[in-house]
Ligand binder design. Structure first.
Ligand code: IPD
Length: 271
């Protein structure tokens, strides 16, 4: 590829920080809902759209031959072999309510049928939380960082003392599935968190502030960057590195000693 993963991570970082700072500035002026997506509770704001346009323009100015896949509709094939997978605001509901857990997520991916259902592998990533000014980065084989400091997953091996993050999605079907999983898991863990931004959840696993995270039915822009950051911080990832049972795709991230037990508890295989 025309650039080393480390250089792609630096570009993703720069672009994510600029877009995140803009999104925060727009938040201070108030939020305009621009439309609805998968259901009546799945909002898109003017800021989501503006941030995606800004990210696309910045990436294409530097790398005009790359492909694009953005939550708010950006799409281009590209010819370089690299596709940028973009979530301009992951955690839009938090953004709407001014809860400081929304992030900009940018991943540089390459084709790889083994890695995910979408056939892409992330080689460089940046996730930026503008409210806390935390910039999470990783590139393949290079480790994971927050604001330049190396991070690693918590070494917890016991599910019974694990703090686990999850998300419920936006459709009734997904919520009912998640309820079933939570019912199995909740009695067996320390507690459950629904933070509201999948990319951020994965970064929290990467730096040991959550012991684990799982969710069903994520879109590639929700996890493409965060999954590499978690993996480079030492997490085991089921649903990417290893298939999970058939049905709605399930992503599980945790320390390698915990991740299988987590998956088996959620799916009922441990009963
Ligand atoms: C959503 C968030 C949420 C998760 C949903 C995602 P968005 O992304 O990551 O935590 O539960 O599945 O769609 O819509 O805020 O970009």
């Amino acid at each position: 590829y025309a650039a080393a993963p480390e250089a792609l991570a630096r570009l993703a970082s720069r672009v994510a920080e600029a877009a995140g700072d803009r999104v925060l500035e727009l938040r201070r002026r108030g939020v305009t809902v621009a439309g609805l997506k998968s259901s009546a509770i799945d909002m898109v704001t003017e800021a989501d759209r503006e941030a995606e346009e800004m990210i696309v323009a910045a990436l294409i100015a530097e790398r005009p031959d790359d492909g694009l896949l953005g939550e708010e509709g950006a799409g281009a094939e590209g010819t370089s072999g690299i596709t940028w997978v973009i979530d301009p605001i992951d955690g839009t509901t938090n953004y709407f309510y001014d809860i400081p857990a929304y992030v900009v997520s940018i991943a540089a991916t390459v084709p790889d049928p083994e890695w995910t259902a979408e056939g892409r592998r992330t080689i460089a990533a940046a996730v930026y939380n503008p409210s806390t000014r935390e910039l999470f980065t990783a590139w393949e084989g290079g480790g994971a960082f927050v604001n330049g400091e190396p991070i690693s997953v918590a070494a917890r091996e016991e599910l019974s003392t694990a703090l686990v993050g999850t998300g419920f999605g936006y459709t009734v079907e997904r919520k009912l599935e998640q309820l079933e999983a939570a019912q199995r898991l909740l009695p067996k863990i320390r507690d459950l968190r629904r933070i509201g931004a999948a990319a951020y959840d994965l970064c929290l696993v990467a730096c040991g502030r959550l012991d684990a995270y799982y969710e069903r039915g994520l879109n590639p822009w929700d996890y493409a960057a965060g999954a590499l950051i978690a993996r480079e911080a030492g997490a085991g990832l089921l649903g990417i590195d290893e298939a999970t049972p058939p049905g709605t795709p399930l992503l599980c991230a945790a320390s390698p000693g915990l991740v299988r037990e987590l998956r088996d508890t959620i799916t009922g295989a441990a009963e």
